[in-house]
Write a protein that binds this ligand. Sequence first.
Ligand code: HEM
Length: 192
Amino acid sequence: MNENNQIPDIDFGPLSYLIGSWQGDKGLDVSPEPDGQEESPYHETLDYTVVGDVTNAESQKLAVIRYQQIVRRKSDNEVFHDETGYWMWDAASSTVMHSLTIPRAVCVLAGGLWVADGKEKNGISISVSAKVDDPDWGIIQSPFMRDHAKTIEFRHDIAVEKDKLSYSETMVLEIYGKTFEHTDMNELTKCQ
Ligand code: HEM
């Protein structure tokens, strides 16, 4: 937003569909437990705000939005996931980038291509992914997490249709001596 509270004249590509505040109460988390898994229904708020654009090495121009995701377990209304980061759009290479950090000492820089299909009037979908040893789109984590609860892969699909946003994400973890697909999904409605 500029000082007049308006979206600046920048090409945000598919990210323009995300900008705003969203709420949803159809969330389902599947997370690891030593003896299996835990399934937790949740509700959340997801706020995307405009940062603007940045130029890298005087040649790459990125349009940038920032987000904050606050997730509460339905059973007790406690926050059990807090996430923040940026989404970036590089129009010249048709690339979407998603950087995120969670307060378990895990950071992800995921990327994916996005190409308009002519149906953007109805909405868009975006997919990004990262892998721990991928030279392009990677994952960084603390020594403790690397050794005890390692995130080896991240996949995130997000779709917006009018005032509805849905996402599903998968974090492949190595934890408790097994490989575990930690998943989250929700459907949200635009509230601002
Ligand atoms: C809506 C999104 C998410 C929710 C609701 C969620 C929730 C959870 C829950 C409930 C656990 C089990 C441990 C505990 O009870 O605290 C967990 C574990 C974990 N999550 Fe998530 N998570 C989400 C997204 C993510 C993302 C984006 C990442 C990383 C990119 C991630 C990485 C991990 C890791 C590494 C663990 C293992 C730590 C442990 O179980 O001790 N999570 N998550």
